[in-house]
Design a protein around this ligand. Sequence first.
Ligand code: 0GY
Length: 297
Amino acid sequence: MSDRVTSWHSSPSRPNFTPPPGAVDAHCHVFGPMDRFPFSSKAKYLPEDAGPEALFALRDHLGFSRNVIVQASCHGTDNSATLDAIARSQGKARGVAVVDPAISETELAALHDGGIRGIRFNFLKRLVDNAPKDKFLEVAARLPAGWHVVIYFEADILDEMRGFIDAIPVPIVIDHMGRPDVSQGPNGPDLRAFRTLLDSREDIWFKPTCPDRLDAIKEGGGGDPWDAFANAVAPLVADYPQRCIWGTDWPHPNMADEIPDDGHLVDMIPRIATTVQLQQSLLVDNPTRLYWPELCE
Ligand code: 0GY
């Protein structure tokens, strides 16, 4: 593995958009620090440390109240760094773990106590060596009450994912909308197929996130300010307002060639959630229902 890589902005701008009180950054990660939390021997990238202090400083800088920390592939199935960050958050973070499907009930309960509320299944070949659907389904059937499954895949495998997704017995959150080609526009084949998936179950949620990935210059897109992303994604948020959650994706793994300014990412929010009510759903009500349901009672 080569040198460690930085893929986040050292001084992101302050956004023009002010998130509402209680807003949740519901997709972000921590990396390391490596001396306490070594990366997995199977990691496909080796990032610089991006620990909880930096994450919480960014949260405050951008105007968010809480974080949902998603276990990144570079830490494999050892969730210690994610749990440590949650523990340091003073109740302002919860998380999504990546687990060995053979995990015991006792270990799952310990993750729950540590603030985990879901597990992630990653199907990106450049990030993980294998994604055993049968084992994933077995563990999905054994999750603590109230948990959900987060799935990360790319649009070209949506068709082959359908049977697997149908069989998952708990709510599902799809990372980055299953990475559609946003240059096709809101009615292009990728987003049409994604809508068909959303229409197949009422408990499939999605993250209308990562304009920096989905509309990247290096991928043939327009780059910041990501106009194709805004055009393609705003109608999806408007049509499924109760089923979307938003996140920065900080520290932006694998984005070293086109590091996004987090302030600009936040300024995408009012372009895809175009009313105050949609912004409240996307940033506060929806993620609170999934990750802090006790606050909704
Ligand atoms: C993301 C996207 C990526 C990486 C990971 O777990 C990860 O390493 O999710 C990616 O490289 O597309 O959501 O962080």
